[in-house]
Design a protein around this ligand. Structure first.
Ligand SMILES: Nc1ncnc2c1ncn2[C@@H]1O[C@H](COP(=O)(O)OP(=O)(O)OP(=O)(O)O)[C@@H](O)[C@H]1O
Ligand SMILES: [Mg+2]
Length: 470
């Protein structure tokens, strides 16, 4: 159920529930305490009054009980009612009515029945009870024994309507409510604000992500905060950027591949048409056929490079395994290239550290890497030397292939590892597809290795350095 709600709704519900429950509990607890304190204050005030008045009646009641001066009690009562604005009732020890304030409902009564406040007065000095009076109004009754020289003569009962006390309690409740309500409203307002500051950017993220998913990879999220949502926005932007580059690379890869295949196909078509001329002399026919073979070789090479790259991209090509006898494997690979170099009258110098460790790389991949670097070095060097250095540190295995060939400029260096890239110096002069270094880089990437190219400048030789972590 909660899963179906939006974050905004959840925050709102939680806040509102907390605010309402918290506010109500707070209101009730504080209200109860206020109510008790108000009533206690009210009663305490009357008790003091009752005790004082009871003392006033000690002597008159004594005289009265001895049959003297029967009128004085009535006079005192009238004065008291006037001054104190409370109602009093005087009883003797047997609850017989001795005197009462006017309009208290005792006119017809001779003796009162035992009530809780009277029963309590004997034991705890002041007894109290709240009950409706003869007119049905909620009334507080306080009973105090009237003592004369320590001897109880009777009781004084003070009665006072509770209505003013209750009105006071209600007034205090109202005050409390007017203080609590704004807090609840404030909390709800705050929850609305918090929930919208969270949900609005999330909504924005969602819409942007949807846009991206529908192909608009140039969509960028406007990140306006540094919090988690801002970070998520930055991550999505980064992801879109990466995807955009990837798509771009993929597209240009396909179009480059198609382009590279079209040229040899055109040559093949032209040569095939020429060969269909039956009057063509034999030696020209031979030339055309040899060109056709060359183009086919070239295409075959291109297709196998493309296949290898595609397999590396898919992660299918790379085999596990390691080079165990590193030194002899290296000499094995270099043998062929030494012959090639010497065939081109190039000096070939290999310096291989005699105690090389095992390599965490499949022997075939090591061969592909070296073959590409050495074929380049020999292909792009007309005179001078090729030098291969293999060494290691505890952390890494290093291979360097240096030549004294055509080299490259700093600007060209930054593109060497791009697929199909070939410098202007080599285009049309040297065969090749511009894929060898991309393959080397892709393989090394799989082994978390690196390759770097350097050259002092065009015509000044080149060096390629491979670093493979151990
Ligand atoms: N040793 C080198 N000296 C100078 N330039 C080089 C060297 N090695 C590579 N390059 C430049 O880098 C480009 C890319 O090299 P890469 O090996 O990827 O392709 P390629 O040799 O042209 O073709 P292939 O796909 O057959 O290897 C080359 O075309 C060349 O311009
Ligand atoms: Mg190459």
């Amino acid at each position: 159920m909660l899963n179906r709600l939006t974050i905004r709704q959840r925050i709102l519900i939680i806040f509102i529930v907390i605010a309402c429950v918290g506010g109500t509990v707070q209101f009730l607890i504080a209200g109860r305490q206020l109510e008790a304190a108000t009533l206690e204050f009210y009663q305490h005030h009357l008790e003091t009054d009752a005790l004082l008045v009871a003392a006033t009646f000690a002597e008159p009641l004594g005289h009265y009980l001895e049959g003297e001066d029967e009128g004085s009690i009535g006079r005192i009562l009238t004065t008291l009612q006037h001054e104190m604005r409370h109602d009093y009732l005087i009883l003797d020890r047997n609850y017989r009515v001795v005197g009462y304030s006017a309009n208290t409902g005792y006119e017809q009564v001779d003796r009162v029945t035992a009530s809780p406040e009277l029963a309590a007065a004997d034991t705890v000095q002041i007894g109290s009870d709240i009950r409706p009076n003869y007119a049905g109004e909620e009334t507080l009754y306080l009973a105090v024994p009237v003592l004369y020289e320590g001897t109880p003569l009777g009781y004084l009962v003070l009665s006072e309507p509770m209505a003013p006390a209750y009105a006071e309690v209600n007034r205090r409740y109202m005050e409390l409510a007017t203080a609590t309500l704004p807090v609840i409203v404030l909390v709800i307002g705050a929850s609305l604000w918090v929930s919208s500051t969270i949900s609005r950017p999330v909504q924005h993220l969602r819409n942007s992500a949807l846009n991206m998913a529908q192909g608009a990879l140039d969509t960028r999220i406007q990140v306006s905060s540094q919090d988690e949502i801002g970070q998520l926005g930055e991550t999505l932007n980064y992801m879109a950027g990466q995807l955009e580059t990837l798509m771009q690379t993929q597209r240009s890869f396909v179009s480059n591949a198609a382009h590279e295949l079209r040229t040899p196909l055109m040559t093949l078509k032209l040569r095939a048409e020429a060969l269909s001329d039956e009057t063509l002399p034999k030696d020209e026919r031979e030339t055309y056929l040899s060109e056709i073979r060359q183009e086919i070789d070239h295409m075959a090479e291109l297709v196998s490079s493309l296949l290898l790259l595609a397999r590396i991209d898919e992660g299918r090509h790379l085999q596990n395994g390691s080079v165990t006898d590193t030194v002899s494997t290296l000499y094995d690979i270099l043998r062929r290239w030494r012959i090639e170099a010497e065939g081109k009258k190039l000096a070939f110098d290999a310096q291989i550290d005699p105690d090389l460790p095992d390599l965490p790389m499949s022997p075939n991949d090591l061969r592909v890497v070296l073959d590409n670097l050495l074929s380049n070095a020999i292909k792009y060097t007309a005179q001078g030397s090729i030098r291969v250095t293999v060494a290691h540190t505890p952390q890494a295995f290093n291979i360097q292939v240096c030549d004294t060939g055509i080299g490259f400029s700093e600007e060209q260096r930054t593109h060497l590892f791009e697929r199909f890239y070939r410098t202007e110096t080599v285009r049309g002069r040297y065969s090749g597809n511009g894929l060898g270094l991309s393959i080397v880089e892709a393989i090394l990437e799989h082994y978390t290795g690196q390759i770097e190219a350097s050259s002092p400048g065009t015509g000044k030789g080149a060096a390629f350095t491979v670093r493979l972590p151990l």
